[in-house]
Design a protein around this ligand. Sequence first.
Ligand SMILES: NC(=O)c1ccc[n+]([C@@H]2O[C@H](COP(=O)([O-])OP(=O)(O)OC[C@H]3O[C@@H](n4cnc5c(N)ncnc54)[C@H](OP(=O)(O)O)[C@@H]3O)[C@@H](O)[C@H]2O)c1
Length: 246
Amino acid sequence: MKLHNKVAIVTGGSRGIGAAIAREFASQGAKVVVNYLNSQEKADAVVAEIIEQGGLAVAVQADVSQLSGIDLLVKRACEAFGGVDILVNNAGWATLERLQDITFDDTKKQFELNVFGPIFLTQKISAIMASGSVIINISSIAAKGGAGGSIYCATKAALNTLTKCYAAELGEKGIRVNAIAPGAVETDLYIEAGLVKREAEIIGQTPLKRLGQPCDIASLALFLASQDSSWITGEVIQISGGRFMS
Ligand SMILES: NC(=O)c1ccc[n+]([C@@H]2O[C@H](COP(=O)([O-])OP(=O)(O)OC[C@H]3O[C@@H](n4cnc5c(N)ncnc54)[C@H](OP(=O)(O)O)[C@@H]3O)[C@@H](O)[C@H]2O)c1
């Protein structure tokens, strides 16, 4: 078991990529805090599935785009499992508007969730993490920019830079910080962002000729959370079926 007895918080663990990471970590012995905002039934289902398989997990409702939610999540995680060894900053939201359609409120919401949340969760949790702990930020290949979705792209570019800054700051405490930058992964966000209508084009541009699945990202998250990657920090690892290459 690669994560035996480790405590992991997965933000946005109720659906999509976060739920797959929660399941993968639990299957490797981690005790998992499944954070969610609205989808209580889905978060409870992830927790029930983990417990059914003999693992340990709790669902915690907390808005990680707000300091009050961040404080609550850390408090509940510590009450449930006594500390935190792995933080996955996964919760995220995307709108893919072009410049003239951008609104202030959607811009604020994306920065609060995709950037402020990871900053202040990392601040709070790294203060209580022991040496050997790990932080994983779920970024996106959108960080490279493109036509449309400038705000989402900018939030993920910020997250990539924060990943490197915090890897540099926290390395002396023995805390590793890395980011995963997925290409298109079949989740609710993919559908809500309107990517379905571009599916044929996306698959056509992808050497491995398929969309990503949440479990593809979860396998990489497990590698980055485990000792298998013990000398890797400050990296942004792209995973896109070859659609984007470094
Ligand atoms: N799907 C893709 O193609 C793709 C590609 C690249 C990167 N990513 C990134 O991967 C991450 C996960 O995306 P996904 O596709 O799995 O998204 P998703 O299916 O839309 O799931 C989003 C998750 O975030 C949670 N969440 C939203 N706002 C929250 C808040 N304020 N506080 C706490 N939790 C909140 C949701 O909770 P509720 O269920 O309670 O609403 C849900 O669990 C995001 O950071 C996204 O930017 C996705």
